[in-house]
Ligand binder design. Structure first.
Ligand code: GLC
Length: 437
């Protein structure tokens, strides 16, 4: 009797074969460069394949793409608000490479859904490992990042340089000369733009300076705080000297997009940025300098043993613990991270794939030649100490970028600032201090 009733109920609400469940999945997506446009295009492509069969049920899925805050620090703040409120508002979240450990408790294990075990095989193992916390896959690799030096090929040639600078000191000299010359016609011109605002982006830039000057990586993988060392102090003092000389005074408020717009308007000789700034800068419809720039590894510090360092960045796709449709959300994430979609994002937006085979794809290499030429920069990038300090990485990073910002704005000398950061990081982590190897 009961069974017959259930059957009747199922028939009446149309749970049988032909019926489709209508589901909306909200994706909190990108906001830099072409990120948002591409996120929307991916949503369209996914929806064009409706209905999707997921776990035996047919779904008619609407993917609602909303841009998240541009600053990684602000984005993390927003996600934490969602989690605190147990909000079902966001289903799929792009999460930074530094967040798996900090956010694991709020994200679901993607391995419980079809397709993930097989799909991760194609991605860089180091990223998969980074995104796996206690055996749980909290984020599907989506794109990877590493800091690059953008330089104006036309201006280097005009001022008699035969290639990009190899040391920060060389960059200073070249930037000074070019700036002096170009200023005759363009008073808004500066030598070098980068990310100097007090946020996660400054942690990335400053880690590059310090690591390139043989000053370690803030907290080493064994859990030793190494930040207050002489090589780190020296290079921070050097960087502070750029503010208001080769870099605009406002650089201490710059994020990625500020630097990109400045450079793209033709107002700087050099820029530190991530790969996404390449495609959009090479488009004559959006850029003043299309065809007039190239990218290289970042310069190194002048200390003996200094070598170029790029901070490892990148984004993963996670499903919120509070999503009401986790299986569908996971399927959307799987699609966004697929070969097909990463290929489109690589070609159109120069977002670095996390799928190794795409670095051998002819169409990708033709559109973004440096993916091949600078492969070593991407595979040898320096990681921030997020795994070893989890779940407190965000606090550690804040202590670090606040100290660096104080040095850049002249509020503190580098030695004092780094000693303060060291003490704070000790307080947060309970780790010992030591010297970088
Ligand atoms: C880029 C990187 C990310 C980093 C952020 C800092 O988005 O991919 O890892 O945290 O920049 O601004």
């Amino acid at each position: 009797m009961k069974r017959i009733l259930l059957l009747a109920l199922a028939l009446s609400v149309g749970l049988f074969a032909t019926a489709q469940e209508e589901v909306t999945v909200t994706f909190v997506g990108g906001s830099s460069g072409l990120g948002l446009d591409l996120d929307r295009a991916s949503a369209e492509a996914y929806m064009a394949e409706n209905p999707h069969t997921i776990g035996g049920t047919e779904y008619n899925v609407t993917v609602n793409v909303v841009p998240g805050p541009e600053s990684a620090t602000d984005r993390l703040g927003l996600y934490r608000q969602f989690f605190q409120a147990r909000s079902a508002e966001a289903d799929v979240l792009m999460i930074d490479v530094i967040w798996p450990g900090d956010l694991a408790a709020n994200l679901i294990d993607l391995y419980q859904f079809e397709g993930f075990q097989e799909a991760v095989e194609a991605h860089f193992p180091a990223i998969v490992q980074n995104n796996t916390v206690d055996g749980v896959l909290v984020g599907m690799p989506w794109y990877t990042d590493a800091g690059l030096l953008y330089y104006r090929t036309d201006l280097l040639e005009e001022y008699g340089y035969d290639g990009p600078p190899e040391t920060w000191t060389e960059l200073e000299e070249m930037a000074t000369t070019i700036q002096e010359g170009v200023r005759q016609n363009n008073p808004d011109f500066y030598g070098f733009v980068w990310q100097g605002n007090a946020y996660e982006g400054l942690t990335c830039d400053a880690l590059e300076w310090i690591a390139s000057n043989d000053g370690g990586d803030i907290v080493n993988p064994e859990g030793v705080i190494t930040i207050a060392n002489e090589n780190a102090i020296d290079i921070l003092e050097q960087a502070a000297g750029w503010v208001g000389t080769i870099s605009p005074p406002g650089v201490t408020g710059f994020q990625e997009e500020d630097a990109r717009r400045f450079f793209q308007a033709g107002n700087a000789a050099f820029m530190r940025n991530w790969p996404y700034a390449y495609s959009i800068g090479q488009n004559p419809e959006t850029s003043e300098i299309a065809g007039l720039f190239d990218v290289s590894p970042l310069p190194r510090g002048s200390v003996e043993g200094g070598s170029p360092a790029a901070t490892l960045g990148g984004w993963q796709l996670a499903v919120s613990r509070y999503s009401q449709n986790p299986a569908v959300a996971a399927d959307v994430a799987l699609y966004y991270a697929s070969y097909e979609n990463q290929k489109v994002r690589a070609i159109e937006g120069s977002f670095n794939p996390t799928i190794e085979a795409l670095y051998e794809d002819e169409e990708v290499l033709a559109a973004v030649p440096f993916f091949g030429e600078l492969l070593g920069v991407f595979t040898n990038a320096v990681a921030r100490p997020s795994t070893v300090t989890a779940p407190n990485y965000a606090e550690v990073s804040r202590a670090f970028f606040t100290a660096v910002h104080d040095v850049l704005t002249g509020q503190e000398d580098a030695e004092t600032a780094l000693l303060i950061a060291e003490a704070e990081i000790q307080e947060i982590t309970g780790f010992e201090t030591g010297t970088p190897e």
